[in-house]
Write a protein that binds this ligand. Structure first.
Ligand code: 3PY
Length: 257
C-alpha cells in the first residue's frame, strides 16, 4: 500500500482535501469518488473514537482517497491508536511548544527518530505483516517515511517556535489552522490582516527552508487556487457536512427561486 498523499505532495500535484465530520464509512468511500485527494477524519472536534475511525479509514481506502486523522490530544494512546489503524498521516492540533512536538515525534515515529511502540495490528500498516506469519519484518524506516506527522500551527506559541519545529526530524509538514491562529493572534477571522499574512509567510518560509510541506485550510472555494499560488503544497477545503448543505441549498434555490 502506498501513501498516495505523500506521493502527490512530493510530485507537486497540489492535493486538495476536506475535513470529514459526517462519520460514516459510506461517506468516506463516496468522498473518494469526488476527486478529492485526502480527508481529515476529525478526532478533535468530530465525535469520533479510534474504533469508528478504523471503518472510515477502510471506506476512504476503498474509495481511493488518502485518510488522515486529526488526533484529539498529544498523548501516547491517542497517537498510537490512530497510527496503528493505518492512517496516512496525523494532523495535530493545539501545539504550542517545541517540547510538545518532541513528545509527539517520540510517540509517532519509530527509533532512531522517536520511540514509537510496536504492534503489527493491521496488515495495511506499512512494512508489517500480521503476527503469526513466517516472518514479521519490522520495517521501521519505511513506516516512519510513509506516516506523515503534521503539527498544526494555530497558536502564537507554535508560530514563535516555527523555525525550530519545522527543522525537527520526524516532522513532515505543518497544517495552518487559520481560525485558531487568528484567534490566538487577537485578530479573529481577519485573514487579510497584515500581521496574519506575515504569519502565513513566516510559516511557509520555515517549512520550505527545512524541506517540509505546508498545508492551508480555507472555507472559501475561491481561495484554494490563491493558496497554491502563494506556495502552499496542499489545501484543505471546508467540511463535508457544510459542502453537502450548500450543494442542496443551491439545487433547491434553483428550483424554488
Ligand atoms: C482552524 O482553522 O483553526 C482549524 O483548525 C481548522 O479546523
Amino acid at each position: 500500500m502506498k501513501n498516495t498523499l505523500k506521493e502527490k505532495l512530493q510530485n507537486h500535484q497540489q492535493p486538495i482535501g476536506t475535513f470529514f465530520e459526517l462519520g460514516s464509512a459510506n461517506v468516506a468511500e463516496a468522498l473518494g469518488k469526488t476527486g478529492l485527494d485526502f480527508i481529515i477524519i476529525d478526532n478533535e472536534h468530530g465525535p469520533f473514537e479510534a474504533e469508528s475511525t478504523l471503518d472510515y479509514v477502510r471506506g476512504a481506502l476503498l474509495g481511493g482517497v488518502s485518510p488522515l486523522a486529526r488526533v484529539r490530544e498529544i498523548s501516547r494512546p491517542a497517537v498510537l491508536k490512530l497510527l496503528d489503524i493505518g492512517v496516512h498521516g496525523l494532523i495535530v492540533p493545539d501545539v504550542h511548544t517545541v517540547e510538545q512536538v518532541q513528545e509527539l515525534v517520540n510517540y509517532a515515529k519509530y527509533a532512531p527518530i522517536g520511540k514509537r511502540g510496536f504492534c503489527p495490528t493491521r496488515k495495511d500498516c506499512w512494512g508489517f505483516a500480521y503476527p503469526g506469519t513466517e516472518s514479521v519484518p519490522i520495517n521501521m524506516a519505511v513506516n516512519n517515511a510513509e506516516t506523515l506527522l503534521i503539527p498544526q500551527c494555530e497558536t502564537v506559541g507554535c508560530l514563535e517556535n516555527i523555525e525550530t519545529i519545522t527543522a525537527m526530524e520526524g516532522v513532515d509538514g505543518i497544517f495552518i489552522g487559520p481560525f485558531d491562529l487568528s484567534i490566538s493572534m487577537g485578530i479573529p477571522g481577519q485573514f487579510d490582516h497584515p500581521d496574519f499574512q506575515a504569519a502565513l509567510k513566516r510559516v511557509l518560509e520555515a517549512c520550505h527552508k527545512n524541506g517540509k510541506f505546508c498545508i492551508y485550510f480555507t472555507v472559501n472555494p475561491d481561495a484554494i487556487a490563491d493558496g497554491f499560488q502563494q506556495g502552499f503544497d496542499a489545501m484543505a477545503y471546508g467540511l463535508d457536512a457544510a459542502v453537502l448543505v450548500q450543494a442542496y441549498r443551491n439545487i433547491l434555490a434553483k428550483v424554488r427561486g
